[in-house]
Structures are given as C-alpha cells and as structure tokens.
Design a protein around this ligand. Structure first.
Ligand code: UDP
Ligand code: MG
Length: 311
C-alpha cells in the first residue's frame, strides 16, 4: 500500500509526551482516510523513551522506530526521519506537542492545492520564557539578514514537504545541517500557514542556550560567507583611513601645525599595513568560502520538470 503521509518526530527524552503525541497524531491522520506512518526517531534518549517507542511500534505497525546509538542532535534526527520516510508527503513535527497535530490538516490542504513545501509560521507562542522568546526572535531576524537565502521568519521545522523536495534534501549530505535553510534554498512552490504554538505538554526544553547557539552558527556558516568577509570590510576601513590621513597630515605639517608631530607616520603605516593584512585575510577567506561550497557538494540546480533524457 502506498503511503500518503509520513509523520517524522525527533525524540530526545520525551517519555511523558509520547502517549499523547501518538493519540493525537493517530486521531488526526485517521481522519484523512489516507494511509500514513509515524516515524519516531529516538535521538539517544536516556529516560525510557526508547522502550516506550518500541512498545508503541509493537502495538501498531504504523509506528516505525529509528533508534540512534547516541544523541546526534535534533537536525540530524529529523534528517534520519526524512531518510526513512516513504510517504508522498512528509510532515516534521516536535514530540512535545508545541506544534498541534491538528494543524497537519491545514498543511495537507495547501499541499493538495499544489504547494510543495507548506511551513507553519508561529503567529503566537504560549508558555515560553521571555528569554527564549527574545533569543528566538533575535535568531530568526539575524539569520534573515545575514544569510543569502530568505528563510521565512518565525518558522521552525514544523512543515509538510512533498516527496520531490524530500528527495532533493536527502541528497544534500552536508554535515552541519540547518534544515530550514536547506528547505528555503531548494526552492519549489512554498507557502506558510499561521498557527498558535502551544506550551510544552511535559518536560523541559531540549534546546538549551548552547544548542541554540550552535544551530545559529550552522545557519550562518551554512548559508553565507559573511564571517569570512568581515576581515575585508575592516581592512578597507583601516586602509581607507590611512590613505585619507596621508594628505591631511602633509598639509598640516606644511602649514606648520604640530598636531601630529612625531607619531603621524607610524600611525599611518600601522593603519595602512593592518588594512592590507586584513584585506589579504579576507581574500583567503573568499577562497576558503569557495572550497567550502565545493565540499558541501550541493546540487548545481534543481529541476521541477525536465524532458526525459532518452527521448
Ligand atoms: N530533540 C532531539 N534531539 C535533541 C534535542 C531535541 O531530537 O538533541 C527533539 C525534542 O525531543 C523535540 C524537538 O527536538 O521533539 C524540539 O525540541 P524542544 O521542544 O526541546 O525545542 P524548543 O521547542 O524548546 O525549541
Ligand atoms: Mg518544544
């Protein structure tokens, strides 16, 4: 039987959320009347979630467990879920029920209208600390400004992705993964659906500050050269000041001013040389960026439709 919907859930110590997650997902997906599967990716849980997942799978064959040997992180867990999914549409959703499974029906509606990526936008958020809200908001806006792809604001990994797009993403094997960026980078017909992000059902966030920072770094370094180019900007500023200062100091001297007596030449030399060095570093950065691009091995282009090769 061909599966229509694959629901992919990354799980890291979510034992108390699992029964309710399963119940609500099942209720929603059964109501579609379509065949579906629930892929539970256990990202090295230590609280008994693994056994709970096995138990669910034993009772219901629509549950397909993928159990990691240790904690590899949320983005990798989702990647594994995408790898093992078989549905015509794949939905990524958190285990803590912050993303209400009922929203999947709205995502599916847009998919049936022909959209290939339907991402859920957090129009409102409940039950999160001001620190989390503030850092998350800063994160989305910073990424939006710095990176080269326009990643929709206030959008997490909760989304529905068509099989054609999943295949493309599955072929991008870069190690430091930022799936939202990859999802935006590939193109295709995309649309957002607003939803209200609920509070966590049970347990604590598994995204402490250091993991968020790592995710932000992956986002910035994965989708822009900006950090490599910073040196160049400083270099031009520093060398520019030196070049402007040279005639100024000469004029000052010729008119008999003692303002820069003694130190002016040294200062200008330091500024100028420093600038040249920074620019050279930036040039190196540019090449490293290009090597990095090659190493990532992303496809050169992605086609939605093309003539068959053997015709
Ligand atoms: N998660 C995971 N591995 C990790 C951290 C988190 O699989 O190393 C899962 C977690 O179980 C949850 C989802 O990723 O299903 C999102 O995590 P969380 O709800 O803690 O993030 P937040 O909503 O606080 O940003
Ligand atoms: Mg959460």
């Amino acid at each position: 039987m061909k599966i229509t919907y694959s629901i992919v859930v990354p799980i890291f110590n979510e034992i108390d959320n699992l029964p309710e997650l399963y119940r609500r997902v099942k209720e929603v997906l059964d109501s579609t009347g379509q065949p579906w599967e629930l892929i539970l990716v256990d990202d090295g849980s230590t609280d008994g979630s693994t056994e709970r997942i096995h138990q669910l799978a034993d009772e219901d064959p629509t549950v397909r467990p993928v159990i990691f040997a240790r904690n590899f992180g949320h983005q990798i867990a989702v990647t594994a879920g995408l790898d093992y999914s078989r549905g015509a549409a794949v939905v990524i959703i958190d285990a803590d029920l912050q993303d209400p499974p009922e929203v999947i029906l709205e995502l599916a509606k847009k998919w049936q209208e022909g959209f290939e990526v339907v991402y859920a936008v957090r129009a409102e958020r409940e039950g999160e600390s001001w620190f989390k809200l503030f850092t998350a908001s800063l994160f989305y806006r910073l990424i939006y400004r710095i990176t080269d792809v326009k990643i929709p604001l206030d959008t997490g990994d909760f989304r529905l992705i068509d099989r054609s797009v999943v295949s493309v993403i599955n072929n991008m094997r870069e190690k430091h993964r930022f799936l939202r960026g990859m999802g935006a980078w590939v193109g295709f017909k995309q649309i957002g659906v607003n939803y209200k992000r609920a509070a966590r059902l049970s347990g604590e966030t598994k995204y402490p500050f250091n993991k968020m920072l790592k995710l932000a770094l992956n986002a910035i370094t994965g989708f822009s050269y900006f950090p490599l180019q910073v040196a160049t900007y400083f270099g031009f500023i520093s060398a520019g000041i030196a070049i402007l200062a040279i005639p100024l100091v000469i004029i000052e001297r010729l008119t008999g001013s003692q303002a820069f007596y003694g130190q002016a030449t040294t200062l200008i030399a330091v500024l100028f040389l420093g600038g040249v060095q920074l620019i050279s570093l930036g040039v190196l950065g540019e090449y490293i960026g290009r090597i990095y691009d090659e190493v990532k091995g992303r496809p050169l282009y992605i086609v939605r439709e093309a003539p068959k090769k053997d015709e």
